[in-house]
Design a protein around this ligand. Structure first.
Ligand code: TEU
Length: 576
C-alpha cells in the first residue's frame, strides 16, 4: 500500500461546492465554473485545502448532474474544458486541491453506453446494464411484473420497462439513471479509463457517489414487501441486496491497483456509503486493503428520522454523541473518518442540529463547526455552512426543484396523504434546503446571479451573506477561519485520540483530545438554557479551571464550566 503514514488529507479541510448554486458568471441563473474561479479568494481566505465539486459533466440534469451522459467533458451550462483548466489552475495556485464527483453506479439514460445497450438485446453493450425479463407469469409492463419488488430511492419501482425489447432495466435512482453492471469487466475498464483521464488533467481525488451500491447480490432477490415506506405501497427496500454487495471490496481494490496506486502524490478517495456499518467502514478505509481513504457514513444524519427521511423525529443529543463517538473509537486504530453535518442532500445543519432563531443562529452555527472540526477525521464544509446559512421557508410545492422531493410529494399525495402535511415534511427534510443560491451579498438573489436563479434565494440573504461577515471578527465566517487554522497548527486536532465525556448529558457535549501531553477539552451547550456540567467524575476539574481558552464562540467564557445558551469553549493544557 503506497499511502504514507501521515497523508496530506488527514490535515485537510474540504469545502464542497454545488456548482448549480455557488456563483453564476453569465447571468443564466445557474452557477458555473467561471463563477467558481471568480470566488477562489473566498476559499483561500477561509483557508480550506481541498474543493469537492459536485458533478459538472454533460447531463440532462434529471438529478442535477448525478445523471451523466459524457464523463470526459463539461456541461455547457457550467462552461468548457478550458474554463475547467482555468479554475483548476486558480485553485492549485492557491494550494487548493480539487476532488471531482465520480458517479459510476449509474449513468444517464442519454449516455451513449446506455443508448447502445437499449438499442438491441444483441448489442455488445447490452450487458453493461442490468436488463431482465418480466417476472414469470406476469404480463410485460403490468404493475408487479418488474423483475424484483425493489423501490427506487426516488419513488416507484426500481425497474423501467422497455417495450421495444420487452425487458426491464434497473435504476436504483430515477428512471433516467440506469445502473451500470459492474460484474462486466468492460464496464470496470471503462470507468478506470475515465478516472485516469481526469487524473491526467490534474485532478487530486474523487468523491465516489453511492459507491457501496455497485455490487448487487447474484440472482437479485426480492426484498420484504411494503418496506419502502407508506408512499410506496407494497414495494420493498431492496438495499439488503445491493448495499455492500459480495464483490464491492474486490472492485475497489481493482480500481485502486489499476488506476490510483503509484501516483507521485496520493490522491484522495472518499466513498459515499449509505447504510454502512462500522465493520464495513473499517474494511473500506483500512489502508492495508487499498480501497478508500475515507467514507461518508450516514448514521448521524439518520438519527432524527423515522421509517423514512420524511418522518422527522426530535434529535436526542445523547444518541448523536454516541454515534459520533462510536465511529471515533471504531476507526481509531484503522481507517479514517470523514466529518460532516451537511451536503447537497441534507437540510442545513444550523436549522437541523443547531438553533436558527435570530438570537442563536450564529452562536449555534459556530458551536456545530467547533464540535465537528475538533473530532478526529477530515472535516467537510458544505458551501454556506461557513456563513451559517439556514433552511428555507418554502411555501408551496412550486418552490421545489429536487426530483426526490417532487416525487415524494407526488407519491404521498397519490397515496392519500394531506398535501399540507407533505409540504411541511418537505420544508424540513428536502434537499432543496441545501441547494439555494450561495449568499454573497444582501443584494438581489444574494449576489449569486444577475439573472433569475434556477432556485430562489433564501430571503434571509439580506442578513446572512459573505459581504456582511467578511470583515466582522465575530462572524460565523471568522470563526470558521479560526477553526481551519487550528487544524493546520495544532497536531492534537489532527492526530489526538478522542474521549467522550458525560455521554448521558442531554444538553452538554463534552470530549477530550490528547496527543503527546497536549490536551484539548471541548465543552458545548446544545441548548438555550444556562448549564453547569458536573465533570468531577470525568476529570480533575481543578486542572482545567482557568486553563487557556483556545477557541470560544462568546466573549468572556467563565473560568469554570458554566455555559451560556449554545456556548462552546475549547480549553488547552500543554505539558510543562
Ligand atoms: O446520494 C445518495 C443518497 O444517499 C441520497 O440519495 C440519499 O438517499 C438521499 O438524498 C437522502 O435524502 C447520491 C448523491 O449525493 C445524490 O445527490 C444523488 O441524487 C444520488 O446519489 C444519485 O446519484
Amino acid at each position: 500500500m503506497d499511502v504514507p503514514a501521515d497523508p496530506w488529507w488527514k490535515h485537510a479541510v474540504v469545502y464542497q461546492i454545488y456548482p448549480r448554486s455557488f456563483a453564476d458568471s453569465d447571468g443564466d441563473g445557474i452557477g458555473d465554473l467561471n463563477g467558481i474561479t471568480g470566488k477562489v479568494d473566498h476559499l483561500a481566505a477561509l483557508g480550506v485545502d481541498v474543493v469537492w465539486l459536485s458533478p459538472i459533466h454533460p447531463s440532462p440534469q434529471d438529478d442535477n448532474g448525478y445523471d451523466i451522459s459524457d464523463y470526459c467533458a463539461v456541461d455547457p451550462v457550467f462552461g468548457t474544458l478550458a474554463d475547467f483548466d482555468r479554475m483548476l489552475a486558480a485553485l492549485h495556485d492557491r494550494g487548493i486541491r480539487l476532488v471531482l464527483d465520480l458517479v459510476v453506479n449509474h449513468t444517464s439514460d442519454e449516455h451513449p453506453w446506455f443508448e447502445a445497450s437499449r438499442s438491441s438485446v444483441d448489442d455488445p453493450r447490452r450487458d453493461w446494464y442490468w436488463w431482465r425479463p418480466p417476472r414469470p407469469g406476469m404480463s410485460p409492463g403490468a404493475p408487479g411484473a418488474e423483475p424484483t419488488n425493489w423501490a427506487s430511492f426516488f419513488g416507484g419501482p426500481a425497474w423501467a420497462f422497455d417495450a421495444a425489447s420487452g425487458e426491464y432495466y434497473l435504476h436504483l435512482f430515477s428512471r433516467k439513471q440506469p445502473d451500470l453492471n459492474w460484474e462486466n469487466p468492460q464496464v470496470r475498464a471503462a470507468v478506470h479509463d475515465l478516472v485516469r483521464w481526469w487524473i491526467d488533467r490534474g485532478v487530486d481525488g474523487f468523491r465516489m457517489d453511492v459507491i457501496n451500491m455497485i455490487s448487487k447480490v447474484p440472482g437479485l432477490p426480492d426484498g420484504l414487501p411494503g418496506t419502502a415506506g407508506p408512499a410506496q405501497g407494497l414495494l420493498a427496500d431492496g438495499s439488503p441486496h445491493f448495499i455492500c454487495g459480495p464483490r464491492l471490496h474486490e472492485f475497489l481494490q481493482e480500481m485502486h491497483r489499476e488506476v490510483l496506486a503509484g501516483r507521485p502524490e496520493p490522491l484522495l478517495t472518499v466513498g459515499e456509503t449509505p447504510s454502512l456499518t462500522l465493520a464495513e467502514g473499517r474494511l473500506l478505509t483500512d489502508p492495508a486493503r487499498a480501497e478508500l481513504d475515507m467514507v461518508f457514513q450516514f448514521e448521524h444524519v439518520d438519527l432524527d428520522r423515522g421509517s423514512t427521511k420524511w418522518d422527522r423525529r426530535p434529535l436526542d443529543l445523547r444518541a448523536l454523541k454516541a454515534s459520533l463517538a462510536r465511529w471515533q473509537e471504531g476507526l481509531a486504530d484503522v481507517g479514517w473518518n470523514s466529518l460532516y453535518w451537511g451536503n447537497h442532500d441534507q437540510p442545513r445543519a444550523v436549522s437541523r442540529f443547531g438553533d436558527d432563531r435570530p438570537a442563536f443562529r450564529a452562536r449555534s452555527a459556530k458551536l456545530l463547526g467547533a464540535v465537528l472540526h475538533l473530532h478526529r477525521g477530515t472535516p467537510f464544509v458544505y458551501q454556506g455552512e461557513e456563513l451559517g446559512m439556514a433552511d428555507v421557508p418554502f411555501t408551496d410545492i412550486g418552490d421545489f426543484r429536487d426530483i426526490e422531493s417532487l416525487h415524494h410529494y407526488r407519491d404521498a399525495v397519490a397515496a392519500g396523504a394531506d398535501p399540507a402535511q407533505v409540504l411541511a415534511a418537505l420544508r424540513v427534510s428536502s434537499r432543496d434546503n441545501a441547494r439555494t443560491p450561495m449568499q454573497w451579498t444582501a443584494g438581489e438573489h444574494g449576489g449569486f446571479t444577475t439573472g433569475t436563479p434556477w432556485l430562489a434565494a433564501n430571503p434571509d440573504h439580506v442578513d446572512v451573506n459573505a459581504a456582511a461577515q467578511r470583515d466582522d471578527p465575530d462572524s460565523v465566517w471568522a470563526f470558521y477561519r479560526r477553526l481551519v487554522a487550528l487544524r493546520h497548527h495544532e497536531p492534537v486536532v489532527v492526530h489526538g485520540d478522542f474521549t467522550l465525556l458525560l455521554p448521558q448529558d442531554e444538553r452538554v457535549h463534552a470530549f477530550v483530545r490528547r496527543l503527546d501531553g497536549v490536551e484539548l477539552l471541548v465543552l458545548a451547550n446544545w441548548s438555550a438554557d444556562d448549564v453547569r456540567p458536573d465533570l468531577a467524575a470525568e476529570l480533575d476539574e481543578g486542572q482545567w479551571r482557568g486553563a487557556p481558552v483556545l477557541l470560544a464562540n462568546l466573549p468572556d467564557p467563565a473560568p469554570g464550566f458554566e455555559l451560556r445558551p449554545w456556548e462552546v469553549v475549547v480549553r488547552v493544557r500543554r505539558p510543562g
